[in-house]
Design a protein. Structure first.
Length: 312
């Protein structure tokens, strides 16, 4: 690790963005990352960028100045969660890596799954952190981290395992209910505490691959954006997109969801009406991730770099 930054603030957005005009955005620079981007995570004055090379890179905002890079794994990084003093990073080897925010130093490697960790979510339960992880090993697991000296995680204790028949691609949690997406877009509802399966919904006609929660409601994303019943996951209303989402999904302030499809089209959806309120044709094919960070649009794609778009 080089050029150690100052102490980082808790991760999250630096300010609310109520209205975005995507038509004003233009590509301003390309930043190399050794392989395609697998996640973006805004952390105070910095943004962490995960890569399929197994490295994590950190840049200072808003100028996107390189701060440091660190090797986390010898396989692709896949997802990330912020644990206040540390980052928890999932990877293609089924492990969770815990690293410091200040230098990217890995201090704990934990074998969480037998195959690729596909999604990760940090929640609070009775004042304690709980981490949910999903995997291609056809399982979702709920963990509680054991904290040691200097607020570092020393182990993960398994609380509940939710077994599936096929690979799990995404998860979301609302209250005492867990939602998972597996196989050919099968969405399953579970009881968080007891691990009981409460029902399944076939969403193959919408090609659903990602789940998130918006205003106490379930949002399902794939070839469509679907608003689902929080109790049953059944479809309430939906909006068909022009192409399947491939470049990640980001929930923004102002009831907006940002997505990017296979054709490199960035779309902004108003969730109140599930209406498309903005689009940007980036010309970048097969993007891997999209994120709005400090007013800048970051787009990772199938190359060894990512593009930065600024509102001009």
């Amino acid at each position: 690790a080089v050029d150690e930054p100052e102490d980082l603030e808790p991760c999250g957005r630096r300010g609310s963005v109520s209205r975005i005009n995507l038509s004003n955005y233009n590509r301003s620079q390309e930043i190399p990352v050794k392989n395609h981007v697998t996640f973006f995570l805004e952390c105070g004055q910095h943004v962490f960028v995960g890569s399929a090379s197994g490295m994590i890179f950190t840049y200072r905002l808003p100028e996107m100045k390189y701060a440091f890079g660190a090797m986390v794994s010898n396989v692709s990084l896949t997802c990330v969660a912020d644990l206040d003093h540390s980052l928890c990073v999932g990877s293609a080897d089924g492990k969770c890596y815990f690293l410091t925010k200040q230098q990217g130093t890995v201090y704990l490697t934990f074998p969480a799954h037998f195959d690729t960790v596909t999604d990760m979510l940090l929640m609070m339960s009775q004042g304690d952190d709980v981490i949910f992880t999903s995997s291609w090993d056809a399982s979702v697991r709920r963990w509680t981290p054991g904290i040691g000296p200097n607020n570092k995680v020393k182990t993960l204790k398994l609380l509940t395992e939710y077994d599936h028949e096929e690979k799990v691609t995404g998860l979301a949690v609302l209250g005492d209910m867990l939602y998972t997406c597996s196989g050919e877009s099968v969405v399953t509802v579970w009881g968080v505490e007891n691990g009981d399966m409460m029902g399944t919904v076939d969403y193959s006609h919408h090609d659903i691959t990602r789940l998130l929660v918006w205003q106490e409601r379930l949002v399902l994303v794939g070839l469509s954006i679907v608003l689902g019943d929080p109790h049953t996951a059944e479809e309430l209303t939906s909006r068909r997109l022009d192409s399947p989402v491939s470049g990640g999904v980001q929930l923004l302030p102002g009831n907006q969801v940002l997505t990017c499809d296979h054709q490199g089209r960035v779309t902004l959806v108003d969730m109140l009406e599930i209406n498309v309120v903005g689009e940007l044709e980036t010309g970048i094919r097969e993007p891997s991730q999209v994120s709005l960070v400090a007013g800048q649009l970051l787009l990772g794609y199938k190359s060894k770099q990512f593009a930065v778009f600024n509102d001009e």
